[in-house]
Design a protein around this ligand. Structure first.
Ligand SMILES: NC(=O)c1ccc[n+]([C@@H]2O[C@H](COP(=O)([O-])OP(=O)(O)OC[C@H]3O[C@@H](n4cnc5c(N)ncnc54)[C@H](OP(=O)(O)O)[C@@H]3O)[C@@H](O)[C@H]2O)c1
Length: 220
């Protein structure tokens, strides 16, 4: 298996990369700033997912690498503590959507040839916060971006089904990362192990699914 994971310098992305490497996969992981210290057996490439030129360059460099799995993990949550009437600048909306939505689209668009060549699968890390069903208020930008990427994944699933390329959308759990915070419910390793299990059973029969890390189906 050859797996490409975006935003793998820390948190869930790093745990996914380590989990895949541990089971013997060939792991291609992307970073945008500095590399993590523990990066054994991982082939690192620089990629800011908001940069179309960087996508083109990396896709050209990896042109001969068929992918079994493409994981769109990179994401931001910029609005902690935002107040409805005081904060929420237009720039916060633009920056969040550039990473969490456009970044995912550009990743899939850029590496679709390699996914086709590898008869691979696509996994999008969204969030329960993208679900209309579990709307509990606040975090308007992040919630809207994760709802948008859920919608993107559902529509790509329709379009790629005839090619046999499944697309799954996932809630990774509330995870102890820089984004999730210390009080979150599960470790990045637990999230990664659960997600890898979900990716392994993703198929054209289940394409378009919205699932939690532990296998529960998430309401849309
Ligand atoms: N933690 C949770 O409880 C939770 C819950 C639901 C969903 N999620 C989702 O799970 C994914 C991973 O979250 P996490 O908790 O692991 O977050 P994290 O610890 O904040 O890590 C985010 C990762 O995304 C990368 N990234 C951010 N902007 C990028 C860009 N423009 N280009 C490339 N990489 C970029 C970061 O790279 P740098 O190191 O360079 O900043 C980092 O590697 C995200 O999509 C998040 O929305 C997390």
């Amino acid at each position: 298996m050859t797996v490409l994971i975006t935003g793998a310098t820390r948190g869930i992305g790093l745990a996914l990369a380590q989990c895949a490497a541990d089971r013997g996969d060939q792991v291609i992981a992307t970073y945008r700033g500095s590399l993590p210290s523990q990066s054994r057996e991982i082939d690192w490439h620089m990629l800011d997912v908001t940069d179309p030129q960087a996508h083109r360059q990396l896709s050209d460099r990896l042109a001969a690498k068929p992918l079994s799995l493409l994981v769109c993990n990179a994401g931001v949550y910029l609005e902690k503590g935002h107040q409805l009437e005081r904060d929420y600048r237009a720039q916060d909306w633009a920056e969040t959507f550039a990473v969490n939505v456009t970044g995912v689209f550009l990743t899939i668009q850029s590496f679709l040839p390699q996914v086709r060549a590898g008869k691979g699968k696509i996994a999008i890390i969204s969030s329960q916060m993208g679900s209309d069903n579990t709307a509990s208020g606040g975090s308007y930008i992040y919630r809207a971006s994760k709802a948008a990427v859920l919608n993107l994944g559902r529509n790509l699933a329709v379009d790629l089904r005839s090619e046999g390329i499944p697309v799954g959308i996932y809630h990774p759990g509330w995870v102890q990362t820089d984004m999730g915070g210390h009080y979150a419910q599960i470790t990045p390793q637990e999230a990664a192990q659960g997600l890898m299990q979900r990716f392994s059973v993703l198929s054209v029969k289940t394409t378009g699914c919205f699932e939690c890390w532990d296998g529960r189906t998430h309401p849309f």
